[in-house]
Write a protein that binds this ligand. Structure first.
Ligand SMILES: *Cc1c(COP(=O)(O)O)cnc(C)c1O
Length: 409
């Protein structure tokens, strides 16, 4: 059976060119970058080159790029490392209700250490309001962290504006750019951010490697004490093949960014339009305008997400849902709740995220399958039966009557 992979926000396949660039560093060029003989120095050079290449892509200096084991580690380090090193200046942090758990759980850990955290709400489109952000800044605020683009609903936040507000109040600004990196142009000076997280496996690079950009002058507690790797702030022998693969993947993706995002945006809009016109009782989640080119996220009324995913999986379609049932929790996604969806609607959610390998045929096949799946599932739904018999007023029908946008015809 053909497999159609539409879960690129979760992870992506390593590109052949990336794998090829990595392979020598597993065996022939296996040296430790800290060794002084040529075998080690060649590995050291490969790491320096990768650091320079990634820095150049985002307008940073090589000394401002710190390699990590991935996006979660970069997020943890940015928040805990900054908060602990700057505690004397204040103990208040601002973030949002829709962050990745790497940020949210780091904030909760800091709260247990005595920090106070404001979790800003977002609008029904998933956007943070800059005015609300500014109002949340207090005398003792030292750090703000707002994600560049949301991993579930794809909403792109007004990062430059927020960073500028933070700066005018002397507050350091971090952004989790794991979903945005290589999907949206990024220049750290134009954005005005102080710290930025990225992860290779979200851009057709290897798993287990990422980075934290840290602007010169920003003080962070060391993450791992030990040797002199990463300027003594994160000891442990470098993941040389991973770092080389990350830089290669980033260079390729940044080089193709404009053409590839235009291609994906067209597929995305095709998918959104098809669902809005062909599948009743559906709502697009998140802003359509300020949205990653590869993200399609819908809620379907009278549908339970797990059943939908299992039916689609049986047809070879890899997608994910907005409910967290698979992770052993019955709570729907905190992001969908934060944009105001009631639980029963949030439970019937679907995320399709396109990638470099996604074709128009893939998208059409997935939507044809989705249509058939939803018809079958709704035919078995007692609530849908009640709706059809006029015994239940649909939530989405009521919203549509109130003029709420992007609900199917
Ligand atoms: C995937 C993801 C992470 C975690 O990255 P890992 O490299 O898997 O640790 C963090 N933030 C966002 C927004 C993500 O999408």
């Amino acid at each position: 059976m053909k497999q159609i992979y539409l879960d690129n926000a979760s992870t992506t396949p390593v590109r052949p060119e990336v794998l090829e660039a990595m392979i020598p560093y597993f065996s022939g060029e296996f040296g430790n970058p800290s060794s002084i003989y040529p075998l080690g120095q060649r590995a050291s050079k490969a790491v320096s080159q990768a650091r320079e290449d990634i820095a150049a892509l985002i307008g940073a200096k090589p000394q401002e790029v710190f390699f990590t084991s991935g996006g979660s580690e970069a997020d943890n380090w940015a928040l805990k490392g900054y908060a602990r090193a700057n505690r004397k200046r204040g103990t208040h942090i601002i973030t949002t209700a829709i962050e990745h758990h790497a940020i949210l759980h780091s904030c909760e850990a800091l709260e247990r250490e005595g920090f106070q955290v404001t979790y800003l709400p977002v609008g029904s489109d998933g956007l943070v309001d800059p005015q609300e952000f500014e109002s949340a800044i207090r005398e003792d605020t030292i750090l703000a962290s707002v994600m560049f683009a949301n991993n579930e609903i794809g909403t792109i936040e007004p990062i430059a504006r927020l960073a500028q507000i933070a700066k005018s109040h002397g507050v350091a600004f971090h952004t989790d750019a794991v979903q945005a990196f290589a999907h949206v142009p990024i220049d750290v000076d134009e954005l005005g951010v102080d710290m930025l997280s990225a992860s290779a496996h979200k851009l057709n690079g290897p798993k287990g490697v990422g980075m934290l950009y840290v602007r010169k002058g920003i003080r962070l507690e060391n993450l791992i004490d030990g040797g002199q790797q990463e300027r003594g702030k994160r000891a442990t022998t470098e993941n040389v093949p991973g770092i080389v693969g990350f830089a290669k993947a980033a260079q390729l993706a940044f080089g193709e960014l404009e053409g590839e995002t235009a291609r994906q945006r067209e597929l995305r809009d095709h998918a959104i339009r098809r669902i809005l016109t062909e599948i009743p009782h559906a709502k697009l989640n998140g802003s359509w305008e300020s949205r990653l080119a590869n993200n399609v996220n819908f809620s379907f009324e009278f549908i339970e997400g797990e059943g939908m995913l299992l039916h689609l999986a049986a047809r070879g379609i890899c997608v994910s849902s907005g409910s967290a049932c698979t992770s052993g929790s019955l709570d729907p996604s905190h992001v969908l709740i934060a944009i105001g969806l009631p639980h029963e609607i949030a439970h019937g959610s679907l995320r399709m995220t396109l990638g470099r390998d996604t074709s128009l045929d893939d998208v059409d096949f997935a939507i044809d399958s989705l249509k058939a799946t939803l018809e079958n599932l709704r035919a078995m739904s007692p609530l849908y039966e009640d709706y059809r018999n006029g015994r239940y007023e649909g939530i989405l029908d009521a919203w549509k009557a109130k003029g709420i946008a992007h609900i199917s015809e």
